[in-house]
Design a protein around this ligand. Structure first.
Ligand code: SF4
Length: 1020
């Protein structure tokens, strides 16, 4: 590699072309006719340079190519991308990162006031070593997906039975008519069309009237990781049609950790949080259930920041705690990093063990925890405070039992004011005090009437809680030696607040929510939240898109009535509860699981409800960009029959660019746009700063044009369905401008252009771009569309947005003293005791949840310990899955990725393998307690925790062209590489204590759990 760099530099000195950098900006001099030839001599496979030096040494586009900013949707990070396209063929020549976006230019994103030409120059020459606007390996392979030979590019109707992969092409107009009007569409009997189903008067199921009208029997599932398009989708589903049954993937992906983290940040259980590390000043970071940049958060930014921290931050050390050693922990700086293997499902035990050591050895941040108000925190130089000193009523007979003691109860103020014990006087006082408090108080205080009340501070309850089990119990559970736990706890408390702990989708046992809560608590003990070198809570946020120009929701919204079918809501308001109470029957347990906590629209649970016909069977399903049968742990065999059978589910309409394992059961297929063809706006996951990546169609979409001359896609289909059914929010009078003028939505552009104009005008209005900027970034291609929909003065700032590929806050100011500045921090009263959570009911037991993290055995919904049903002797190993560096749910269509390895492996520790007579290369069978199994090749070494089996996700596909597809009588043969390896979600266990079809659930949030599940292995 060094020689290659030398050659290039030598080459550059010749002056034939200016430079080629790691950022892949290639520039040639104008009028140098030999330039292309020279470059092709050195890089015969490379396309021609994208830019030419024009007059005044300014960059101009190579006339044969065009250049634009867009988004990468190779995974759900949604990084900022730049793309160059051959003008003649419309083929994508190369994709790279957007230098304005932090997610892809972690060397320091370029300020938005720098012109795109200058921004690209900053990626060239020696500067390119610092400004490397890159995409990850998967992102670089994404162009494969656009031209994929198995992409769906026509409107299809199934031929034969559902799931047989036999289709015929039909016109868009026929598709629209048939799905709206229904009829005997397949010679299988009458099918109710959407017009029949849109019925607000008839109750869907008279046995469950509280689940609403017949129109709720429309199920819609989609991709929430594409916020602008998800916003459109929800507009149709919720505001125009009005079904509560909207599902996405978050709740079977890792939602419980996000919701669990929020338990330590905000009162109640209806929020999300996922802090990240301030690499630049951190001294000790723990990554648990994740590996920096490898599971969710962008590899582009996290790995660069990690590498910089390892080489430029001399104090930085980190450990990765995970059942599997993935990468990034072995390096030339091995003294600074370590992999600590943990048994899958043991994360909460580890958190409690570390807290026990920290509390018992008084290694917590005493002054921080002693403050009970913002004023008190500010007085001692803290930025936030906690409720550690607040007094919790522990007297079971007292009306405030499990709640904070209030000033009202003590005759000292109102019900909103909490009570604390002043550290100096040891007297009861109100929590608006600015003086330090006694955080360890446990005892009696006298109320207004002189009655004694048993109370304890939130902190002392936590001290009790973490001492409920011994260090050895915790160690046994997580399989980390006690000495190592103590070492971790000591290290975590040896750097002041310059420490961090972060997670991402890897701690999904049935206590994933409790783990998240405990993880945040650990950081609370040392005051690492919002601290320089500590933990950042506001990363990955989109810009606040207000409505300065257009009120997109200014229309009469549909009335949404009834509970959703996955039963997220208050069971006490249900008919079942009320009827049981009226009959004097104990209302607990509820017949099916309910959740009052933040559930987040679990597509898997909605399908389980359908399979059970409880509260009803769905009549129609619109499935867009979502693949639950492949991706939701345990789901497939629970629901497949109920999906396959048209008598159980009359109509399935899919919209996607690809056949996936779920939408192959569709009756009708609406081809959707692939990335680079879409309008969009999205937050960047992994960016520590607020910002949105935006996109506009930069290549010609490959979907058909309908009879009205519009490009077929998900949005156009929903617009046309809405117009046929006269749903509000689409067609004429769909929204209003600020002057109250009504506006129409007849095409996706009618929606996205005002949405993006709003983004450009939110907060500070963006400036106008220069004509050069517009041309240079190909934004001139959409000028006619903007002109047709926006007022003259709105066009400039909106075009500016596209000339930078988004809108990003600058990074030059991050801190305020030892903390993040106001823009970057999440000011909160950090929760040592979450009072709101303590008053949410477990609807099986009827008992309240606990206000503090709980370490418990892994349990089913009915409270049975999973090991009581699935014994250690029969199922001795713990199962875990993880995200592969280069695979994502849709990446199997990327031939540059499958070429790197078409198969995954059963990864296990060599000592375990030996025990079961296995070695690397053997074929083995892993069986789950559901009785299902997977077979694959063993990889046995020392990179997996003992007692665990870990298998990466993203393999073993049966769709995406992996199987034969017949369209119009012509069969496209399945592609072998796409079938490689094991699909691990389908075989995973479910909850046998639930009735009928089920999923194994997180105990707090009802999200699908998939880790720490007992399995056995044998030679196949
Ligand atoms: S991390 Fe995801 S979004 Fe970012 S470049 Fe890679 S594939 Fe694309």
């Amino acid at each position: 590699m060094a020689a290659l760099i030398m050659d290039r530099r030598q080459f550059l000195k010749t002056g034939a072309a200016v430079t080629i950098t790691g950022g892949m900006t290639s520039i040639a001099k104008a009028n140098a006719s030999e330039t292309s030839a020279d470059i092709s001599r050195y890089a015969p496979l490379s396309p021609e340079p994208e830019f030419i030096f024009g007059p005044d040494n300014k960059l101009v586009n190579n006339p044969k190519q065009r250049f634009a900013f867009t988004k990468c949707f190779g995974c759900y990070n949604v990084c900022g991308a730049r793309i160059r396209i051959d003008n003649e063929t419309d083929q994508i020549l190369r994709v790279c990162g957007n230098p304005y976006a932090l997610s892809t230019n972690s060397g320091g994103p370029i300020a938005m006031d720098v012109s795109p030409q200058d921004a690209m120059l900053q990626l060239s020459g020696e500067q390119g070593n610092q400004n490397r606007a890159t995409l990850c390996g998967r992102g670089n392979a994404v162009p494969n997906a656009i031209t994929d030979s198995r992409r769906v590019t026509t409107c299809l109707k199934r031929v034969g039975k559902r799931g047989e992969n036999q289709w015929k092409t039909i016109s868009y107009e026929q598709l629209l008519k048939e799905v709206v009007e229904g009829g005997d569409l397949f010679g299988e009997g009458a099918v109710e069309g959407l017009r029949d189903i849109y019925d607000e008067k008839t109750v869907a199921n008279p046995s469950y009237p509280d689940f609403g009208p017949k129109k709720n029997q429309l199920l819609v599932t989609g991709c929430s990781e594409d916020p602008a398009r998800w916003g459109f989708y929800k507009r149709f589903s919720e505001a125009s049609w009005g079904t509560p049954n909207i599902g996405n993937k978050d709740s079977y992906c890792g939602h419980q950790q996000v919701a669990g983290c929020a338990l330590g940040v905000e009162d109640g259980a209806n929020s999300g949080a996922l802090p990240t590390t301030d690499f630049e000043h951190c001294e000790f970071a723990i990554f648990i259930g994740t590996n920096p940049g490898l599971s969710g958060i962008s590899l582009n930014s996290a790995s660069k920041r990690l590498a910089d921290a390892r080489t430029q931050n001399p104090k930085f050390k980190y450990v990765v705690i995970d059942p599997i050693l993935r990468s990034l922990t072995s390096s030339s700086t091995s003294d600074k990093c370590e992999w600590v293997p943990i048994r899958s499902g043991g994360d909460t035990a580890l958190m409690h063990a570390m807290m026990q050591y920290i509390i018992n050895n008084k290694r917590y941040n005493k002054s921080y925890l002693a403050a009970c108000s913002q004023e008190g925190a500010s007085k001692i130089g803290e930025i936030n405070y906690t409720n550690a000193p607040f007094l919790v009523v522990t007297d079971e007979k007292h009306p405030l039992y499990r709640r904070f003691l209030t000033a009202e109860a003590c005759g000292k103020g109102d019900a909103d004011t909490k009570m604390v014990i002043d550290a100096k006087s040891q007297q009861l006082t109100t929590a608006d005090s600015s003086a330090p408090c006694n955080v360890t108080f446990v005892g009696e205080i006298a109320d207004n009437d002189g009655q004694a009340i048993q109370v304890a501070t939130a902190f002392s309850l936590l001290a009790d809680r973490v001492n409920k089990y011994s260090m050895s119990d915790y160690s046994n559970e997580c399989q980390i030696p006690e000495e190592k736990i103590i070492e971790l706890a000591k290290e975590f408390t040896s750097h002041g607040r310059r420490v961090s702990i972060e997670t991402n989708t890897g701690c999904n046992a049935s206590d994933g929510g409790q783990f998240g809560f405990a993880m945040i608590m650990l950081a609370t003990l040392v005051g690492a939240h919002n601290a320089k070198g500590g933990m950042l809570h506001t990363g990955s946020m989109g810009f606040e898109n207000t409505s300065p120009l257009y009120d997109m929701m200014a229309f009469e919204h549909a009335h949404v009535s009834g509970f959703n079918a996955e039963r997220s809501g208050d069971y006490r308001q249900s008919n079942e509860y009320k009827e049981k109470v009226a009959k004097n029957i104990n209302p607990f347990p509820s017949d099916s699981p309910w959740n009052e906590t933040f559930v987040q629209d679990n597509a898997g649970e909605l399908l389980v409800a359908h399979a059970n016909g409880n509260p009803f069977k769905f009549k129609a399903w619109i499935a867009w960009a979502n693949n639950p049968l492949y991706a939701c742990s345990g789901l497939k065999d629970q629901v497949e029959d109920s999906i396959k059978d048209p008598k159980q589910l009359g109509l399935i309409i899919a919209s996607d660019p690809y056949f996936n394992e779920t939408n192959i059961y569709a009756d009708y297929f609406v081809p959707d746009l692939a990335q680079y063809e879409q309008w969009g706006a999205s937050r960047q996951w992994g960016s520590e700063l607020m910002g949105d990546v935006v996109s506009f169609p930069i290549i010609s979409p490959r979907t058909p044009i309908n009879a009205d001359g519009n490009q077929v896609c998900m949005e156009q289909f929903l617009i046309d369905v809405s117009k046929q059914l006269n749903l509000a929010g689409f067609g004429d009078n769909a929204f209003k401008d600020t002057a109250g003028n009504t506006k129409a939505i007849h095409t996706p552009e009618d929606y996205y252009i005002p949405v993006l104009a709003n983004l450009a005008h939110s907060d500070e209005v963006l400036p106008n771009p220069t004509e050069e900027d517009v041309k240079f970034t190909s934004v001139d291609r959409i000028y006619p569309q903007l002109k047709a929909r926006l007022k003259a003065e709105e066009i400039g700032p909106t075009m500016f947005l596209f000339t930078r590929g988004g809108r990003y806050y600058p990074v030059d100011s991050r801190y305020e003293g030892e903390f993040f500045n106001e823009m970057m921090r999440w000011d909160a009263e950090f929760q040592v005791y979450n009072e709101g959570l303590a008053h949410i009911t477990n609807f099986h037991s009827g008992e309240y949840l606990d206000g503090q993290p709980v370490y418990d055995k892994q349990r089913f919904w009915d409270g049975t310990a999973i090991r009581d049903l699935w014994s250690e002797s029969e199922y001795p190993l713990s199962f875990s899955t993880f995200k592969h560096q280069l695979r994502s749910p849709y990446s199997v269509t990327l031939k540059n990725i499958t070429a790197l390895g078409a198969s995954n492996f059963i990864q296990m520790n060599e000592i375990d393998a030996n025990k079961y007579g296995l070695k690397s290369g053997d074929t083995a069978r892993v069986t789950s307690p559901k009785g299902t199994f997977i077979e694959g090749v063993v990889q046995a070494d020392s990179t997996v925790a003992k007692g665990c089996i870990a298998i990466p996700l993203g393999f073993g596909h049966t769709a995406f062209g992996a199987s034969d597809i017949t369209i119009d009588g012509k069969t496209l043969v399945g592609i072998k590489e796409r079938r490689g390896g094991m699909s691990v979600n389908a075989f995973n266990a479910v909850d046998p204590t639930r009735k009928g079809a089920s999923l194994y659930r997180d105990a707090t949030f009802g999200s699908t759990a998939r880790h720490g599940i007992p399995v056995k292995i044998e030679k196949a």
